[in-house]
Design a protein around this ligand. Structure first.
Ligand code: FMN
Length: 462
């Protein structure tokens, strides 16, 4: 059975250096946990850190745990998705393949569901009881980064999306929804004057969370997609507050049940965004918490907002861009977005057949996502995730007067702090590929077949 525990066990056995147990008491509500994560990141280390003794928001000891960086490296993503190697392209392909293998949920009795070991209802609910972190200095409060489960009462389909939630008081959260599926579902309820029941999942197998980042079709039931991506059906149980009208993951670590209230809004933010900057304070939606259920000693997964963990959690979006781009332009061999040295940069490698193809590929990619502002296109001998190789190709295969295209007045990404207009920005395409059908300098290296024949004679990576 797949859950957070099984993931941690797999990670420890396959990549033991990827996990750190932090046993000293730490006060996450006073930034101490994220400060420790910051220190690792400054050393360019990205371990998953389990804080085994975090204080709660009342600065009391708690039996619960807090975990950061579940998504911060390809090793963790490979373990989460069962990919053979921690390689970006393999992982993207694996995510996409698994997401098509939808599996129906398996219903279990609440009595046997780990998520029902501890239950707080209505007046017993107190969010300050839990180890919830303040992450970055400007953050508007302590933040949760849950996978939000909601059911469309008309179709019966489940949506899962990643939405940050700021603690407002002991039973209220401010929830940010950009205008995507959860937002449109809630809008439908709000128009009827109804509240939307939701479940905030705070800890589960990381594959479950990755699904919540994906741009799944509205017609797909995301519990079923999660079953595919996890490699086994999601086990679900009735919620405490809504019974069979909202099923919750039985093997989660923590679930907050509540409703998004109609005609109510709340100030929420700032919050550290995937761009690496603090995003603006907003008027967001108000969640009234009805119940909290947890495993005894349960673990909250927190994304390390505005840091590598946050960017890497977008891997399903990278997988989606890759797949769609390949459908349009089969010459595309690989892409790198989360590893491209900037949250709004995309590197494409392709087997170019004609001049102009790289620009066309770049334009196709830009139209797939407004996360993309700058595109560098390289030949298929360049690994787009290896920025040294990419910079080498750019510096040796392009001339600025003919290979750089600036596109004016494009729709920007609102979180890009360099935008001077509310939404209008500009984009850039760099064609760093060699010319077709013309002689070009040969890459200097010993003959390839001799290099290959020497592989067994040396021990690399020691
Ligand atoms: C770590 C992380 C945090 C995110 N936080 C939010 C958020 O607070 N609000 C939001 O609208 N989207 C957020 N997103 C993006 C959504 O999860 C993503 O767009 C998802 O596809 C939305 O699902 P939906 O279309 O089913 O609503 C976040 C993504 C990641 C990876």
């Amino acid at each position: 059975m797949k859950d957070l525990k099984s993931f941690l066990k797999d990670l420890r056995s396959l990549y033991p250096k990827e996990i750190v147990d932090f046993n000293d008491p730490v006060d996450p509500g006073a930034y101490e946990a994220s400060a420790i994560m910051e220190l690792y990141e400054r050393e360019q280390e990205y371990p998953l850190v389990i804080f085994n003794n975090p204080l709660n928001l009342r600065r009391e000891k708690t039996g619960f745990k807090l975990l950061f960086n579940a998504f911060s490296t390809m090793e963790k993503q490979a373990v989460a998705l069962g990919a053979e190697k921690p390689h970006r392209k393999l992982i993207m392909e694996q995510y996409y393949r698994l997401s098509l293998d939808k599996r129906p949920v398996v219903r279990v009795e609440s009595a046997g569901a780990p998520i029902k070991e501890l239950i707080w209802r209505d007046k017993e609910v107190d969010l300050y009881h839990f180890p919830i972190p303040r992450i970055n200095e400007m953050d508007g409060g302590p933040y949760l980064t849950p996978a939000v489960v909601a059911r469309d009462g008309e179709t019966g389909r489940y949506n899962i999306s990643w939405n940050r939630a700021m603690v407002i008081d002991r039973n209220h959260l401010g929830l940010w929804m950009s205008p995507r599926h959860l937002w449109s579902l809630f809008s439908k309820y709000e128009q009827k004057g109804e509240a939307l029941p939701i479940a905030l999942v705070l800890g589960h197998h990381p594959a479950f969370f990755l699904v919540s980042a994906g741009l799944t079709k509205i017609s797909d039931d995301e519990y079923e997609v999660a079953g595919g991506v996890m490699g086994e059906s999601v086990r679900v149980a009735e919620s405490e507050s809504f019974g069979g009208d909202l099923l919750v993951p039985a093997d989660a670590e923590f679930v907050i049940e509540g409703v998004i209230l109609p005609d109510r809004r709340s100030v929420e933010g700032p919050f550290g965004e995937f761009t690496g900057y603090s995003g603006p304070q907003r008027i967001s939606w108000l969640v009234e918490v009805r119940a909290v259920t947890a495993r005894r000693g349960g673990t909250i997964i927190s994304v390390f907002g505005a840091h590598q963990d946050n960017l890497y959690a977008h891997l399903p979006i990278q997988a989606d861009i890759y797949q769609n781009l390949k459908n349009i332009m089969p010459a595309v061999k690989d892409i790198s977005w989360v590893d491209s040295g900037g949250p709004l940069n995309l590197i494409i490698s392709m087997t170019k057949k004609t001049e102009g193809e790289p620009v066309r590929a770049a334009m196709a990619a830009m139209s797939l996502s407004n996360f993309i502002k700058h595109v560098i296109v390289v030949d298929d001998d360049i690994d787009p995730g290896n920025l040294k190789q990419v910079m080498w190709a750019w510096s040796t295969r392009s001339q600025a007067d003919k290979d750089v295209n600036i596109i004016k007045r494009t729709q920007g990404q609102v979180l890009d702090p360099s935008l001077t207009d509310e939404i209008l920005g500009s984009a850039m395409i760099i064609d760093a590929t060699r010319p077709v059908g013309q002689p070009f300098s040969v890459k200097a290296q010993p003959p390839e077949e001799i290099v290959r024949s020497m592989v067994k004679k040396i021990k690399l990576g020691t």
